[in-house]
Design a binder for this molecule. Sequence first.
Ligand SMILES: [Zn+2]
Length: 307
Amino acid sequence: MNRRQFFYSRKLMGAATAALIALTVLFVLAWQALPDGRLRLWFLDVGQGDAILMRFPAGEWVLVDGGPDASVLAHLGHLMPFYERELELVILTHPHADHVDGLVEVLERYRVRNLLLTGVKYDYAGYERLLDVAREGGVKLLYSSDGVDYAIGRSGLDLIYPGTMLRGRGIENVNNSSLVFRLIHGEWRGFFSGDLEEEKEVELLTGRAVSGGARAPMAESGAGEPGGRAPGGLDLSANLLKAGHHGSKTSNSADLVKAIGPSEAIISCGAGNSFNHPAPQTLETFRRAGVTVRRTDLEETIEVAVP
Ligand SMILES: [Zn+2]
């Protein structure tokens, strides 16, 4: 081997080693990103708004609301492996900017199989844009009014409200159109109600807010439920509560919290937000009910791993 051949063979060896290291790093990253058989939730720190990413045990990704802007994309880019660009389901609880605007960005950049929404009539450009992008991208629109509870592997969604009453119709306070559901996984339940306010919470408790026939519980009530049946007969019990309306005092009534009976409540709100969310009254309600509170304005993104 002359000097020139020696030089090239060393260069080749160097390139091969670099390629091997790169492959190993990619392999380790991919291996780490594999689903671990647990349901994981991330309450994303998107400032003043809601965005909750979920990964189901078999690897499906679900996003509930998208926050107020494109900041949700950075979270998805960080939490989802770079080679996964598909969301099984996106849920829009209601079409206010702090829930819908980030979803437009997500639908423009990710393949979304299904979009679940109430179909409430509401005049807002961001909402129109979301529906346009969904139709252009061939996203399947699912309406809560269809009354079908959604199953993902052995987990699922128990759709509670609004039933059939809001599709294609307006409502005075669009917060009260918020899709309410329980996330069910084994014996574990999570309760999500968007920005639903107290007057509708009361109706959930009496069963009046739920239109007949639109919902059928997808899972039989399990043992060890933390709460109990509301007076109206609905099973609202859950281990975890996504606090209503960013911890506002207009939501999270003591009676609803009691009926849900969570051990943990997550408040999604922006640090130093102008609404003064969460309200001291809400924090007091949780304190009295013995509920542990976690807040995105204090902790940033909060991860919950369901056993
Ligand atoms: Zn909101």
